[in-house]
Design a protein around this ligand. Structure first.
Ligand SMILES: *Cc1c(COP(=O)(O)O)cnc(C)c1O
Length: 381
């Protein structure tokens, strides 16, 4: 799929108007345009999704020694900011229906830790968690939700854009995300005081004084005007990318429909994902293991990955508490990690590329190649 080069326009504009230094028109424009896209009035553009989570934690008042509930099945960037503030992450398992935070495991965590300062809920691989079910639990305790929508820009839950489902939402524009500024992030909140405060902290917490005066600890977390220009251009192709990512998912799903041991990541009826990464799990009884597929694809220089290794299994977090949605001995997130793979899902893939991926995997299962005609997705591709 060809990129339209909108990015160049905005970046050139930044050069032409000599606005290469931090901040400027593109930063304001990117915030405004992203806010419009998700349906909110205020946004703060930052250097990364991780920075956005860090400032969200500060905004809800997380301090040293506070408990923060976190999705376990996620990328470390979701959780590391909890440690930046010397707070204590407590990990919550996923469920099979959503692959996201399990309300059952969350309720269990409250029995032991009744007053967490915040809950960081991740929308894994571009699909929203079940916020109504999660809120039913958190509302009893009044815990604010930080929605980690780093992977889910453009996905919806019951018609509402992700990023808008928690008290504060964050997005990432890192190189691997659905749209990228090479590196960047955004914090969104209905309360303008929060986005203003985030911008204040992100620019070294400069007090309103004629000289550089600081009463609070600040950070250098504001996005550059150049990166924001790239983001404005990328935002214009977001819907197109979601459409194409949907097709990639559908293509894989159809192509593996005759292999009983393969299940694609579930798509929940409550929303519509952005299909950032197409993922699958293999049955326990399956003699082919994720590594076999990863290795077979690698021989053709095709990159695939295991599912995120859950945070509660990471050496860094080995002493952290974890609440399973099953029992003491096993967990859904660990099981998904053991059986799962993220397939190549880049929007630059052609139909031929996808057929190569599918062909290699089908061959492992002793299946013949599929004719494109047997998959009615080719009409749209
Ligand atoms: C990418 C990612 C982040 C971190 O975003 P960066 O912009 O890379 O800092 C956080 N959470 C999740 C779930 C992510 O996938």
């Amino acid at each position: 799929m060809s990129e339209q080069g909108y990015e160049k326009e905005f970046v050139n504009e930044a050069f032409d108007t000599n606005w290469i230094a931090p901040l400027g028109l593109n930063v304001d424009g990117f915030e405004k345009e992203l806010a419009e896209y998700v349906g909110i009035d205020h946004a703060a553009a930052l250097t990364s999704g991780t920075a956005a989570i860090h400032l969200a934690l500060k905004a809800v008042g997380v301090r040293e020694g506070d408990i923060v509930f976190c999705s376990s099945l996620t990328f470390a960037g979701s959780v590391n900011p909890v440690l930046y503030e010397k707070a204590i992450p407590v990990f919550i398992d996923s469920d099979y229906e959503t692959w996201n935070m399990s309300p059952v495991a969350l309720a269990k965590a409250y029995e032991k830790y009744p007053s967490p300062k915040a809950v960081i809920v991740v929308n894994l691989y571009g699909q929203a968690a079940d916020y109504d079910a999660i809120r039913e639990v958190t509302d009893k305790y009044g815990t604010p939700i930080i929605e980690d929508a780093a992977e889910s820009l453009g996905a919806t839950y019951k018609g509402i854009q992700t990023g808008m489902l928690g008290d504060i939402g964050i997005f990432s524009f890192n190189g691997n995300k659905i749209i990228t500024t090479s590196g960047g992030g955004m914090l969104v909140c209905k309360n303008e005081d929060v986005t203003q405060k985030a911008k204040f902290w992100a620019t070294q917490a400069r007090d309103n004084a004629p000289w550089y005066q600081h009463s609070e600890l600040g950070y250098n977390y504001r996005i550059s005007n150049i990166a924001a220009g790239i983001g404005r251009g990328q935002l214009k192709v977001l819907n197109e990318r979601i459409e194409y990512k949907t097709l990639i998912y559908e293509f894989y799903k159809k192509s593996f429909s005759d292999i009983a041991e393969i299940q694609m990541m579930p798509v929940c009826e409550y929303g519509s994902p952005n299909y950032w990464l197409s993922s699958l799990v293999l049955d326990n009884s399956c003699f082919i293991k994720p590594n076999d597929i990863i290795r077979a694809l690698a021989t053709k220089n095709i990159e695939s990955r295991p599912i995120w290794k859950p945070m509660h299994m990471q050496p860094l977090f080995s002493s952290s508490a974890f609440f399973s949605s099953r029992n003491e001995e096993s967990s859904v997130s660990e099981d998904l990690f053991n059986r799962g793979i993220c397939l190549p899902s880049d929007t630059k893939m052609t139909l031929e590329d996808m057929q190569v991926v599918v062909g290699i995997i089908r061959k492992l299962f002793g299946k013949t190649e599929l004719h494109r005609e047997s998959l009615d997705v080719q009409k749209v591709l």
